[in-house]
Ligand binder design. Structure first.
Ligand SMILES: [Zn+2]
Length: 458
């Protein structure tokens, strides 16, 4: 009796390993007779057998000539499509150390949606241990690549402070540094210089006092949310008038759109990558879908009711601003769509990220919305999927290791019932996900999703 009480307590605290059904370790699998969408270029490889062993793709070739190893778990691939796992390049892992259950739920929601790599944008000390637990397969989670705690106008008091924090975060083992608003030029420059010396990338926002031009000069690794693009596109010499609102929405009407291609070229030349998080902008600012329609989406069931309430409040407060109207929001997202398309056309780096779990961005599920809006901006399904697969490998310097489906690559894969190159919506039609060499069949995924929904029933 006591034993069960202890197990129940540990389980509530999130201190137990996954239940046995989910605790399948990385083993040997063969996905047979599958159409591979390798994402090295736009093509299909029909009737392949893909052998996975200990977290890597051990072999891949025509089914007729690729043997299934003895003892391998067979996964039926006939009529199905196998693509690389996706990255969420603007992910959040709950920063609070005392929210173990919600944290594991968030990581599962990512993995359940085929996200096998999460660039975590607001690091906390306990995330370093979480990163190792994920790598060892102790939790169902994407591979975690984490920033340190936020560098912003409040957390960094002086340039010397900035230099000290860069050195500390590098020494602690964080993967990169997160830039937030509020840094003046002196503190930002000190951080950029220290980061270059320490060999740690920095990315995120573009502080107002810094500006996009300076961020390009010092080669900020990523500009997220298309931050400061509106200001950078104002006519030469024009000063922004009045408050800009959410990512510059209220200055967007003054933009000289003819400047977009040249700006995109400068970004490409600087080698700076872009994580638009465009579905976040849509979900916060656009009048349609309505708040009620967003709340009615089935995926909303997977987040705690207080978080849903915060989302409603945050969206309402943006749309209640005196300068807000639906047509302005519509024009703003159209402008951003043109910028995304121009970045793509210029060959500037685009990465897939949706800023979950910010406002109406349900972890994992929001990546499907991000793919949809990238296609709406003018990318093909292949180009949109590349932002979350092969582009990520290029960004990380992991070509040949991750981001495509080929022998020798990490076994981070999504098995689909329909062709993702025909329609990105088909990425929702999962048969299962292979995350870090561990197979999650769709039935297992649905069972655990149901548990999560039950936990957060309002
Ligand atoms: Zn964020």
């Amino acid at each position: 009796m006591l034993k069960y009480a202890i197990i129940a307590i540990l389980s509530v605290l999130g201190l137990l390993p996954d239940p046995p059904a989910m605790a399948q370790s990385a083993g040997t699998y063969a996905i047979t007779n599958v159409t591979v969408v390798p994402m090295d270029r736009e093509r299909h490889l029909p009737d392949q057998t893909v052998v996975v062993r200990d977290g890597r793709i051990a072999a891949m070739g025509p089914a007729a000539s690729t043997p299934v190893p003895d003892g391998a778990t067979r996964i039926e691939g006939r009529g199905r499509y196998l693509m690389p796992g996706l990255a969420e390049m603007h992910a959040h892992v709950p920063p609070q150390a005392d929210q173990a259950q919600w944290t594991e739920d968030v990581l599962f929601l990512y993995a359940a949606n085929g996200i096998t790599f999460a660039r975590s944008m607001l690091g906390a000390p306990h995330h370093l241990a979480l990163r190792e637990r994920a790598a060892r397969g102790e939790i169902v989670s994407p591979r975690i690549y984490t920033s340190g705690p936020s560098l912003n106008g409040n957390s960094v008091a002086t340039p010397a402070d900035g230099r000290r924090m860069v050195a500390e975060q590098k020494a602690a083992g964080y993967d990169f540094l997160k830039i937030h608003p509020g840094l003046d030029r002196a503190r930002y420059d000190a951080i950029a210089e220290a980061a270059r010396t320490a060999g740690i990338p920095f990315g995120g926002h573009v502080p107002v006092d810094v500006g996009l031009a300076r961020a390009l000069e010092v080669r900020q690794a990523t500009v997220d949310h298309l931050d400061d693009f509106v200001t950078a596109l104002l006519p030469e010499g024009a000063a922004p008038a009045g408050p800009g609102g959410f990512f510059g929405i209220y200055h967007a009407g003054a933009v000289d759109a003819a400047r977009i291609p040249a700006l995109a070229q400068r970004i490409r030349a600087a080698g700076v990558w872009n994580v638009p998080t465009e579905s976040l902008i849509h979900h916060v600012l656009l009048a349609s879908p309505t708040t009620e329609e967003l709340l009615a989406r089935p995926e909303t069931a997977y987040v705690p009711p207080p978080m849903r309430a915060q989302w409603v409040q945050a969206r309402n407060s943006q749309q209640a601003q005196p300068a807000y109207d639906a047509a302005t929001a519509q024009r703003f997202t159209e402008l951003r769509g043109r910028v995304i398309r121009a970045l793509h056309d210029a060959g500037a780096g685009l990465l897939l990220g949706s800023d979950a779990p910010q406002i109406f961005q349900v972890p994992g599920f929001s990546i499907h919305h991000e793919l949809r809006v990238l296609v709406a901006a003018g990318l093909t399904p292949y180009q949109a999927l590349a932002t979350g697969t092969r582009n990520v490998a290029v960004f990380l310097g992991e070509e040949g290791q991750a981001g495509t489906v080929a022998a020798g690559q990490r076994a981070d894969l999504i098995l689909l019932e329909a062709d993702p190159l025909a329609d990105v919506a088909n990425v929702r039609r999962r048969a299962g996900v292979m995350v870090n060499g561990r197979w999650l069949a769709e039935a297992q995924i649905r069972a655990r999703l149901a548990e999560i929904a039950a936990r957060y029933r309002s």
